[in-house]
Every structure is written in structure tokens, then in C-alpha cells.
Design a protein around this ligand. Structure first.
Ligand SMILES: [Zn+2]
Length: 130
């Protein structure tokens, strides 16, 4: 799913949740939308280029044919880390729910488009990288 769709779908769900959870929905929105920052970080570290536009275009056109990318916030290890923290900190719980929602939206790319461009795990990525 592209960035703008993540933004608008998350914003709409945040508005729907607001009467029930109050301002906690903002953390849900932040988790759901800003988790894709790891795409930019991957681009910056891989290509040593700070251009947000080129990073966006790189990922928009990337098909996974060169190598499987590591997007840290999209890995099982990061989710387990957040899950553990969620038991102790309410803000982290709403942030994590946002990321979970984001991942459900991302499933569209994996299941419908069959477009697997990133590793689901840091360990998997490290093994594949060698
Ligand atoms: Zn994503």
C-alpha cells in the first residue's frame, strides 16, 4: 500500500476510534503511518543519499529483484519487542496497534500483488545477506 493510502486509511480509523479511546488514537495513527520511516532509513544507509523524493521513488518502483531489503520496523523481532513493552506501557500499546494495522494493510502487497520486497525478520535477512 502506498504512503498516501496508509495516511488516509489510518486517519479515518483514528477518527472512528477517537470517541472510544480519546487522544490515544493519535499514537495509533503515528504507529500506523510513521512505521514506514524504516524504508527511508534503509535507503539513506544503503545509498548514502538523504533525498526523500529519491527514496520514495526507489521504494515505489522496487520489485525485490536485486536483493531483499531490511525494514527494521517491519520485522518479527521488532514486533515482539513492542509486544513485550505493550504489556507495561499503555502508549506503546496504542503505537503497536497502529503498527499492527499498518501490517494488515501491507498484506495487500504480499498476498495480492505477490510483491515481497523485504525480509520479515532480522535473522532471516542476516542469513540471506551472507
Ligand atoms: Zn509498510
Amino acid at each position: 500500500m502506498n504512503v498516501s493510502m496508509h495516511f488516509f486509511v489510518s486517519l479515518i480509523l483514528c477518527a472512528v476510534l477517537f470517541p472510544f479511546v480519546g487522544w490515544w488514537c493519535v499514537l495509533f495513527f503515528v504507529g500506523s503511518f510513521l512505521v514506514d520511516v524504516d524504508h527511508y532509513l534503509d535507503y539513506v544507509f544503503s545509498f548514502r543519499d538523504l533525498s526523500l523524493k529519491r527514496a520514495y521513488l526507489f521504494y515505489k518502483n522496487y520489485s525485490g529483484h536485486l536483493t531483499v531489503r531490511l525494514n527494521v520496523f517491519h520485522t518479527f523481532e521488532f514486533w515482539v519487542f513492542l509486544l513485550v513493552l505493550s504489556f507495561f506501557y499503555k502508549p506503546v500499546m496504542f503505537f503497536s496497534l497502529g503498527i499492527l494495522f499498518h501490517m494488515l494493510l501491507d498484506l495487500h502487497n504480499i498476498t495480492v500483488k505477490k510483491n515481497i520486497t523485504r525480509s520479515p525478520s532480522i535473522i532471516h535477512w542476516l542469513v540471506k545477506k551472507k
